[in-house]
Design a protein around this ligand. Structure first.
Ligand code: SAM
Ligand code: ZN
Ligand code: ZN
Length: 603
């Protein structure tokens, strides 16, 4: 493992950023009063250049985050994302003239966040990436050279299709799955006969002995369009002497066990020899770029194509294409596409330049000074002073279905950094963490978010899970940290739309939870679920009258909901609520207002 040195000064560190405390303390705060939670429908888009620059698991598009930041903060204020992933919260914040603190446990995630948010001179970036392309072209071009089946002239490989080679469990004969099971309609037969012993077979992971190229998609340099040709023998690509990672893939992991069972024991096995050698040459050239910011961006251009350059990319013969990776999983498909790395890198240059250009007009001259990125556990952000952050927007780890630290191994092995998973908030067999461990870590992280937030300020969570126990862990964490959940919306990712929550719940939707750091309980022994407190907060959060949020019926429904949410028996019927309102609040027509002179509930 060779560690990549980047050195981006105070902005980013692959571990704790020692400038974090000073950055947080230097924020300016407005007197902005946020009287009501964000409650509009928002349409996001996945088409924004930053969103498309680099993949990461469960990204939230910056366009969907922006309206929240606008609602909950003023210009110049500081937004924190303690589980920042690829940094989309940072992109949204900087575009709106806010400052951003971005944190993630994974050094790869913060590396992405850094490359997504740091300003870079567009002309320099384009020049650097093109220079790398020029340097590697003579090495890579011959690797993807082929022959046009029509004119016998030179052709370039766009991608090669590889098929599993399996061993017949009956007679030990080795056969190519493609040859034996591919049908005219482009689908693989589920059941087929061994070509040697005619035994009835189904493909099984344990019978897998290797893979072989079966088809080539070509670009003829003479101009004919051969599109498809049968592949020749396995290309004889010797290692070109450039370094690549060989980190072990241990046995018994949650997500990577399938890869392990496919016989892959080291990270380099996730690539074909050809693509591995091509990536190694690119990595070497990118790592030699002199200027640290441009070096980081160049390595980012290579990590951006790494998954598509790997054997994890499935080939769909029905559609003659290799769609993108399946987010959140890692396995070797029986038919995979080996895509030309040189082509991908050259396309990535324009994508990265578009992303850099997109962020530029929104940033001032001193742009680098409005973001601070740190790599540590969200459960301990002690460098950030109390009450110093104006808003938290985050998309926390999903619990049991996405193993971030395992998935990030593919990239982190190249960078020479590794997530320290001891505090990873995840439900994982191999890490020995169950839902209550996950809940404990989330509660600690929310506790930190609450501590650093200014009083009365807000945290918005985007979360998805189909398991009630994971949801309850999140809800309990939010509550035990002392947040008041004020409003809930859903995010329909398939339509990239935020919708107001409806009774049909959240299946297939992300849920957006808006919660507020309520005033410290202080000397008054009032519990979180005290009905008067809840009513005060509801009225504090309500719009000016007239509005439904100030009617007794609405307050009753919300209060009931809040009591249930707090795990308390619902203790007030409607009549009793009216008495309580009479006693503690002021009526204006049919709307209730907070009145500071009225008697507070005794402790
Ligand atoms: C759902 S992802 C965030 C994705 C992000 N919204 C984006 O746009 O890219 C959750 C992140 O939480 C991180 N994580 C898990 N446990 C953590 C911890 N204890 N502290 C900080 N980050 C953690 C994971 O590494 C992962 O990047
Ligand atoms: Zn030709
Ligand atoms: Zn057989």
């Amino acid at each position: 493992m060779t560690k990549v040195s980047i050195g981006l000064g105070p902005v980013w560190a692959p571990g704790k950023n020692e400038h974090l405390g000073a950055f947080a303390a230097a924020g300016t705060h407005s007197a902005k009063r946020i009287s009501a939670p964000f409650a509009r429908d928002v349409r996001g888009t996945k088409g924004s250049p930053a969103y498309r620059a680099h993949m990461y698991h469960t990204k939230v598009p910056p366009e969907a985050i922006a309206p929240y930041i606008e609602h909950y903060t003023a210009r110049g204020e500081t937004v924190l994302d303690p589980f920042c992933g690829s940094g989309m919260t940072g992109v949204a914040a900087l575009r709106l003239g806010r400052r951003a603190i971005l944190n993630d446990l994974s050094p790869f995630a913060t590396f992405l966040a850094c490359n997504q948010t740091l300003p870079v001179d567009l002309a320099d970036l384009r020049k650097t990436l093109r220079a790398i392309l020029g340097q590697v072209r003579p090495i890579l071009e011959p690797m993807y050279q082929s022959v046009c089946p029509h004119c016998d002239g030179p052709a370039t490989l766009k991608y090669a299709v590889w098929s599993d080679v399996l061993r017949c469990p009956e007679c030990d004969h080795k056969y190519v799955l493609w040859d034996v099971a591919m049908q005219d309609d482009g689908r693989l037969k589920q059941e087929y006969r061994c070509p040697a012993c005619r035994a009835e077979l189904r493909k099984k992971l344990k019978d897998r002995v290797g893979s072989e190229p079966v088809l080539e998609h070509l670009r003829c340099r003479g101009g004919c369009d051969p599109s498809e040709a049968p592949a020749g023998p396995v290309p004889d690509i010797a290692d070109n002497g450039f370094w690549y990672p060989t980190d072990p893939i241990p046995e018994g992991l949650d997500e990577l066990s399938r890869v392990h069972r496919s016989g892959i024991r080291t990270v380099d096995g996730l690539f074909t020899r050809r693509n591995r050698a091509a990536l190694a040459a690119l990595w070497d050239a990118a790592g030699r770029v002199e200027r640290p910011d441009l070096r980081a961006r160049s390595l980012f251009a290579v990590t951006a194509i790494m998954v598509r350059a790997s054997r994890l990319i499935k080939y769909l013969h029905t559609r003659r294409m290799a769609p993108g990776p399946i987010i959140g999983t890692m396995y070797l498909p029986s038919l995979s596409a080996e895509i030309n790395v040189l082509d991908m890198f050259s396309r990535r240059i324009s994508a990265l330049c578009r992303a850099a250009e997109d962020l530029r007009p929104h940033r001032g001259e001193e742009a680098a000074e409005d973001v601070c990125i740190t790599t540590q556990s969200a459960t301990d952000l002690s460098a950030i002073p109390d009450n110093s952050v104006d808003y938290v927007f985050t998309d926390p780890p999903f619990g049991h279905n996405i193993m971030y630290s395992e998935l990030n191994l593919l990239w982190e092995s190249w960078l020479g950094w590794r997530t320290d998973a001891s505090d990873e908030a995840v439900v994982s067999r191999s890490q020995g963490k169950d839902v209550s461990d996950y809940g404990g870590l989330m509660a600690a992280a929310f506790g930190e978010a609450r501590r650093v937030l200014r009083p009365g300020r807000w945290m918005t969570l985007v979360f998805h899970n189909t398991r009630a126990d994971v949801w309850n862990a999140i809800r309990r964490g939010v509550e035990s940290a002392g947040f008041q959940v004020e409003a809930v919306q859903t995010l329909d990712k398939s339509h990239e739309t935020f919708k107001q929550v409806s009774a049909d719940g959240a299946v297939g939707y992300d849920v957006v939870v808006n919660c507020r750091k309520t005033a410290p309980v202080g000397g008054r022994q009032i519990t979180f679920a005290d009905p008067v407190r809840i009513l005060e907060d509801l009225l504090d959060g309500a719009p000016d009258p007239p509005c439904k949020e100030r009617t007794a019926r609405y307050l009753h429904a919300r209060l009931t909901g809040e009591l249930v949410r707090a795990g308390q028996p619902v203790s007030l019927d409607y009549r009793e609520l009216l008495d309580l309102l009479e006693e503690h609040f002021t009526r204006h027509g049919k709307y209730w207002l907070r009145c500071p002179t009225k008697k507070q509930k005794p402790s």
